[in-house]
Ligand binder design. Structure first.
Ligand code: PLA
Length: 411
């Protein structure tokens, strides 16, 4: 025993940290023993049977990889699998993107969307003259943490109007218009999380003009390409508008949702520059960011993605499977909306079918969410966000009962 450490541990003064607001929902769900429990917290796709889905095309790619004796487990380069990086840039910027043809894009493999955002943030904190990043209100809860911990200073811009349950476009333009020259702006490429509200193409064009006129630097988070509309190209339009004007931007991509590779942690960070020699210097500095963090990225997931993206037959199979996931989510929106209407649940629920992507931002408050968890064993984030991909036609009636009870009993 030591007088400074009464219970013999040098760690005895450590205080317990709270659970993560999103991943902690799954922790609580796993502890619940009720047979009717339902996890609508984390944005993870489930089948109509409520099971996680491994895409058929992913299984095929894995078979090819396993059966190829030339595949080894050597370290990848610091920037990851070269083929994967090229194909990822093509996927988000478009096959005919001048920026790619002119070698103005530096792309590195990252640990899914989160890791790619973090590399970009660390790079900007070290090498970009402006350290302020504007993020929308609300946004994915990990955004402020990633940017703050990397050394950037986080400010916010208005995005969502709870009154209209739509975009606060005027507020957005005012706030970005008042941002200092050169400030970084985090933009959700599509399927905004948690609101499911995206700007129209006309609005994107206005945002682009404003940002370019003020020299604001766009940092796109693309975690749901293909999940909003079912089309990979349509969901990349926002990003491509900003690249088409010849200006610079960053884009973090995730294959967690659109290829169902969640736990494989596959993603990419691209930095579009004005000239090839700048891009090559940028890449050299990205290596210095990555090497002391995790040295180099894992090989398996990136090999799966590259196998699929480079083969036109597999690519087509992927787009069909992706479209089927997006369509199932859209059909769950319609079913939930219809069921609430049939129950006569008070309120206007049309936002359920208007919102886009993985989530519905229901408008339910913290007390109503707590009630639904306690009485109905339905798990969701306390801001009232539900993951539509976690629903099936079997579970929608249960959710509708819970929402009906919550809004009629709790103000
Ligand atoms: N960006 C946004 C906007 C996201 O919603 C998520 C994941 C990520 C990046 C990072 O995903 P990745 O690192 O797994 O590629 N958001 C989830 C999961 C789906 C999470 O919180 O980690 C969510 O439920 O919001």
């Amino acid at each position: 025993m030591n007088s400074q450490h009464p219970d013999g541990s040098v760690f005895s003064n450590i205080v317990r940290a709270p659970e993560d607001p999103i991943l902690g929902v799954t922790v609580a769900y796993n502890k619940d023993t009720s047979p009717i429990k339902l996890n609508l917290g984390v944005g993870a796709y489930r089948t109509e049977e409520g099971k996680p889905l491994v895409l058929n095309v992913v299984r095929r790619a894995e078979q090819l990889l396993v059966n190829d004796p030339s595949r080894v487990k050597e370290y990848l380069p610091i920037v990851g699998l070269a083929e994967f990086n090229k194909l990822s840039a093509k996927l988000i910027f478009g096959a005919d993107s001048p920026a790619i043809q002119e070698n103005r894009v530096a792309t590195v493999q990252g640990l899914s969307g989160t890791g790619s955002l973090r590399i970009g943030a660390e790079f900007l904190a070290r090498h970009y003259y402006q350290h302020t990043i504007y993020i929308p209100v609300p946004t994915w809860g990990n955004h402020p943490k990633i940017f703050t911990i990397a050394g950037l200073s986080v400010k916010t811009y208005r995005y969502y109007d709870p009154e209209t349950r739509g975009l606060d476009f005027k507020g957005l333009l005012e706030d970005l218009g008042a941002a200092p020259t050169g400030a970084i702006v985090l933009l959700h490429a599509c399927a905004h999380n948690p609101t499911g509200v995206d700007p129209t193409l006309e609005q994107w064009e206005q945002i682009r003009q404003l940002m370019r006129s003020k020299g604001l630097l766009p940092f796109f988070d693309s975690a749901y390409q293909g999940f909003a509309s079912g089309s990979l190209d349509a969901d990349a339009q926002s990003v491509r508008m900003f690249v088409a004007d010849g200006g610079e931007c960053l884009a973090a991509q995730s294959y967690a949702k659109n290829m169902g590779l969640y736990g494989e942690r596959v993603g990419a960070l691209s930095i579009v520059c004005k000239a090839a020699d700048v891009a090559s210097r940028v890449e050299s500095q990205l290596k210095l960011v990555i090497r002391p963090m995790y040295s180099n990225p894992p090989i398996h997931g990136a090999s799966i993605v590259a196998t699929i993206l480079k083969d036109s037959d597999m690519y087509n199979e992927w787009t069909l499977e992706l479209k089927a996931m997006a369509d199932r989510i859209i059909s769950m929106r319609q079913l939930l909306f219809d069921t609430l209407r049939d129950r006569g649940t008070p309120g206007d629920w049309s936002h359920i079918i208007k919102q886009i992507g993985m989530f519905t931002f229901t408008g339910l408050n913290t007390e109503q969410v707590a009630f639904m968890t306690k009485e109905y064993h339905i798990y969701m984030t306390s801001d009232g966000r539900i993951s539509m991909a976690g629903l099936s036609s079997r579970t929608v009636p249960h959710l509708a009962d819970a929402i009906h009870a919550a809004v009629t009993r709790i103000p």
